[in-house]
Each structure stands twice: as C-alpha cells, then as structure tokens.
Design a protein around this ligand. Sequence first.
Ligand code: C2E
Ligand code: MG
Ligand code: MG
Ligand code: MG
Length: 277
Amino acid sequence: QAKLAGKNGHRFYSLAMDQAVERRMHMEHELRGAWERGELSLAYQPVMRMEDRTLVGVEALLRWQHPEFGSVAPPVFIDVAEQSGLIDVIGPQVLHAACVDTQAWQQRFPAAADLFVAVNVSPRQLRGAAFASEVEAALRESGLSPRHLHLELTETAVIGDEARIGQLLNALRTLGVKIWLDDFGTGFSGLSHLRRVPVDGVKIDRSFVADVLRDPDDLALTTAIISMAHSIGITVVAEGVEKEGQFEVLRDRGCDLGQGFWLGVPMTAREFDALLG
Ligand code: C2E
Ligand code: MG
Ligand code: MG
Ligand code: MG
C-alpha cells in the first residue's frame, strides 16, 4: 500500500509509523513503575448467579490512570505490557492484589464468605516458567483458598504448545484453582480446544450476548454453547449483560453465571467495600 502511494505517500506512511512507535515506547517507559507510583489499580466487577441474581464472585480488571495520558484503555496498555515483557512484573502484582482484596472481603463480610475472584492471564504470562509458582505465592501470601481463584485465559493463549499448557493447567487444577476460557466463541476452533485443554468453564463473548434478542443466529449459538458446556460438565458465564431482556433469555436457557453493566459495573475496591457493607 505504501509503495502504490508513491514517494510522498511512502514517506508519510513512514512518518506515521515512526510516531506510532515513538508513542508506544513512551507508553512503555511510563508503564514501568506505574504500579509503585499508584497509577495502576484493580477494578472489580460483580459476577452473579443467574438463577437468583446473587453475588458469587468478582472479576479483577486492571486500570491505568496516567497523569498525562489520563485513563488508558486496558487492551492498549495490556498489549504494551505483553509486548515489552512488563507483564512479567505487573502480572504477579495483579494476582497478589486480587487475592489479598478477596481474602479480606471474605473475612469481613458474611455475604462474601464464599466469594471468588477471576483474574485475567495473558498469553506471555501463561508461558512464563514461573507462572505456577507465582500463583502459589499469591495464594500463600494472601491466605485465599485455591478454589476461590479463577484464572481467565483467552483461546489464543492456549493455542500451540497444548501439551505443556494442558499439564500446567492440570497442575493448577489439582491445587483447586479454576480455569475459565474467556471471550469464548470468538476464536477459531473453540470446541476443539475443550478436548485438549482442561477447563472448568467458558465465558461467552459479549458480542454474542449483545445480539441474543435481535439475531436468531446469535441466540442459537449461545444456546448451543450452553448445552454443549453442560453436557461436558463445565460452567457457563455470560459476559456483557447490558439489558434485563438479555439476562432473562440467558437465565431461561440455563446459563449459570452472568456479568455485565446491567448486573453490576466494575468498581474500585473501596466502592465494592461499600456495596458489601
Ligand atoms: P475481558 O477479560 O473480557 O473483560 C471484560 C471487559 O468487558 C472489561 O473491559 C469490562 O469492563 C467490560 N464489560 C463488562 N461488562 C460489560 C457490559 O455490560 N458491556 C460492555 N460493553 N462491556 C462490559 P476492560 O476492563 O476494558 O478490559 C478489557 C480487556 O483487557 C479484558 O477483557 C482483558 O482481556 C484485559 N484485561 C483487563 N485487566 C487485565 C489484567 O489484569 N490482566 C490481563 N492480562 N488482561 C486484563
Ligand atoms: Mg476476563
Ligand atoms: Mg471477556
Ligand atoms: Mg450478530
């Protein structure tokens, strides 16, 4: 495309690329030490049981509030962290903080005695040699029981190297940690992953949930995912539940758990405190 645009077009293209690279390097530089400076924090979004709409868990979602950039979108800075290797530092900090916060809620509030926390794990983190010991350290240091920790992996994170990842996940599951596949249905061959990678649940991608009321195909696919998951004995979570109608349809189709703006928005640990209190 740059070639077809001719000499000027090419130079313009290069300049834009240089600027993008520079912006990225600047962001990477700023992300270093962001946790220690208090710019990174976790937001917690409630996960509800669909049957009776009770709170059963939370998903920890990383936030970056930068003095100059403002609030940076997670997919943007997570990608920078992933590509630069900074996730090797940030990942364990997220795991540790999520376990500590959740253990404290369990201790302080009867309604949260059995609360679980779901933590997102990036592909690079999962492949790191220290991953299993990082998980064990977070559990040991926080005192959270392993069954209250859920790890969310994307389908792309488990592609390739399935044998090694399968072993790793089985070791974690032996501890009691639960494994969920995130954004389920968007990958290539979701079903074939379930044959090779041991998981405890799938989170139906919100792009399906968004259209269950309008698009019969999306409703059919969602219904099929729920029944397939149940037939192999795993849990189904719907993400992105934004409307009561979506909630009702998913509940009636037997979806186990749900998450979304209609059920509860992501909030600070302090706001979640207030909700429980
Ligand atoms: P995800 O794991 O699929 O997280 C769900 C995303 O959907 C969150 O976006 C959440 O705020 C948003 N969401 C929740 N309910 C609704 C709803 O009803 N409607 C809509 N439209 N959106 C909803 P967020 O926080 O911007 O995170 C985006 C992605 O960034 C996450 O997707 C996850 O892949 C990644 N991420 C976030 N925190 C972490 C982290 O600590 N570590 C890693 N590795 N990735 C993270
Ligand atoms: Mg997630
Ligand atoms: Mg998701
Ligand atoms: Mg559609």
